[in-house]
Unconditional design. Structure first.
Length: 438
């Protein structure tokens, strides 16, 4: 997740980067070489409970790669609050890593800078072929009709985590399958003195992920077929209002969560203060905070009616981490070999087990570890009821401006101000006006 400040700054910086690239500037016109064949610099995203945890997970694997190839990988784990801005600075300065992790929702935006190595058929052949990867994961690697800007590394999906004891104490026998059931269950939970559902109301990325799902369930899209922003259609407005109404109208999300932006809702759930959590691949995070896996259940995110599936039954964005190579790397061969290593069946099993994520390499998914109840729900969601966020160059700005609109609406709800169709429309109109011209 990105912090609010970083996301806003990143969107502004990205606009400048895209302008420079369009004029032929920046480092994107450079090409890779093999001038430094014995070393690589790798920026890894912070996937674990902290940077130190990631180093413990990754360093033994990097040591293994060095033993196999003689190539030393210099690791830096970059917090999400800094990652996008660090990447964007590197695209303009040319001073970046050889290999890096990117949030999959950024793929098309970073692809548009021209700074990343395109994964054409020849490059995919070097790592075992494109058909090793799940189609859903490949769908979040860049704009349609272009060679991917990155290779899938970890796949994730949202699920509903629920506290078994709180549910039992409230007389609830099964997790809610629809939003109506969730609201009804929440009243029973609140009657027992517990908070019902957590949210990160000031986290722009979380806001986007959830309103994207609500939009899909309402039959709306935030972009037209040709990639133009379309935030103010009636169904899009209804979708955003429905999400914010979980606090403003239904009162199932506490007002205090409007200020949450640093995973506080995960901590509330892990400490037993709240009954439900909508989160992506949360098991490792919950374990790190002392919550026993037997204490909670996992179910698909609710839908408006029926059961999750395609079309308006989408209940998660396709979440995940992709691995990219800077075009101007000084160890192009080593970078490609490193991507091949990290996406090998063996490493996919090791790393995705460590992070409670799903391997995007389909053969690695057959490991029994990914058939356990928690990961089975995530795997099924990715296969049947998840959709990729818009793969357009302006996606990062979209996350910022619409994420901020939702944040402001949550602030209104927390302060007791009415959240109406008109007020939602006004926020989304303001957001659309801030988007760059096509």
């Amino acid at each position: 997740m990105r912090s609010i400040r970083a996301a806003a700054t990143g969107a502004v910086t990205l606009s400048l980067v895209l302008a420079a690239t369009a004029c032929g500037g920046g480092s994107s016109s450079g090409g890779g070489s093999d001038d430094s064949p014995k070393t690589l610099t790798y920026w890894a995203s912070n996937q674990g409970a902290g940077v130190a945890v990631d180093k413990q997970v990754l360093q033994p694997e990097l040591d293994k790669f060095r033993k196999q190839t003689g190539i030393k990988v210099n690791l830096e784990v970059v917090p999400w609050s800094d990652l996008l801005n660090r990447i964007l600075t590197a695209t303009t300065s040319g001073q970046g890593p050889d290999v890096l992790n990117i949030g999959n929702t950024w793929s098309a935006s970073l692809q548009a800078t021209g700074a990343l190595l395109p994964w054409d058929a020849g490059n995919f052949a070097k790592i075992g072929g494109k058909d090793r990867f799940a189609g859903t994961a490949l769908g979040s690697t860049g704009a349609a009709g272009k060679d991917p800007a990155a290779v899938p590394l970890y796949s994730m999906a949202y699920a509903l985590y629920y506290n078994k004891k709180i549910f039992a104490d409230a007389g609830i026998s099964k997790p809610p399958a629809t939003w109506g059931e969730l609201t009804a269950d929440s009243k029973k939970i609140q009657a027992r003195g517990k908070s019902a559902l957590g949210a990160e109301g000031s986290n722009l990325a979380e806001n986007i992920h959830h309103v994207f799902v609500f939009a899909k369930q309402h039959g709306a899209d935030f972009f037209t077929a040709d990639g133009k922003p379309d935030f103010t259609g009636p169904k899009a407005v209804e979708a955003v209002k429905s999400y914010v109404d979980l606090m403003a109208k239904d009162k199932v999300i506490p007002a205090g969560d409007a200020e949450y932006a640093q995973n506080q809702s995960v901590s509330d759930f892990a400490k037993g203060r709240q009954a439900m959590l909508l989160w992506q691949s949360a098991a490792a995070n919950l374990k790190s905070q002392g919550m026993n896996e037997d204490a909670y259940g996992i179910a698909p995110v609710p839908v408006i009616s029926g059961t999750p599936g395609g079309g308006t039954q989408v209940d998660s964005a396709v979440m995940g981490i992709n691995m990219a190579v800077f075009k101007n790397t000084h160890n192009l061969d080593g970078a490609t070999r490193f991507v091949k290593f990290m996406t090998s069946d063996e490493e996919q099993k090791i790393l995705n087990k460590a992070y409670s994520s799903i391997p995007p390499v389909t053969s690695a998914q057959q490991d029994p570890a990914f058939s356990a109840p928690d990961t089975a729900v995530l795997k099924s969601t990715l296969a049947t009821s998840a959709a990729a966020l818009p793969q357009v160059a302006a996606e990062s700005q979209f996350e910022t401006v619409v994420g901020t609109a939702v944040k402001d609406l949550f602030a209104d709800a927390a302060a007791g101000r009415a959240v109406t169709t008109d007020s939602v429309m006004a926020e989304l109109q303001k957001a659309q006006q801030q988007m760059p011209a096509a």
